[in-house]
Design a protein around this ligand. Sequence first.
Ligand code: FE2
Length: 111
Amino acid sequence: MGIDDLKTDAQMLRKGIEEELKAATLYENLAGKAKSSDVKKLFLDIAKEEKVHIGEFETLLEKLDPEYEEAEKEGEGEVKKLLGNKAVSESSILTSIANVIQDEYETTLLW
Ligand SMILES: [Fe+2]
């Protein structure tokens, strides 16, 4: 599926989120491999900026797609029920979110 296949603003925002998640994951992985502490710091800072971009896309997506915010809260409740107060690392959460959004995005495009 290419950009031309995206028909609605909500679909474009979801694609934006997907790409920002990939970028954040990439920068975190690069930071983990960087030998220079300055390079590591830069990659981590950029990864953080990508997460802000995700938040910007999500803010508008919640307005355009009311089911999104509802599903987000439902998912949050399910995770809390499943894990309770167990600590989960940020990178594993990010990876899980990226995988879920990728799956959901592909499913959405199919319908
Ligand atoms: Fe970005």
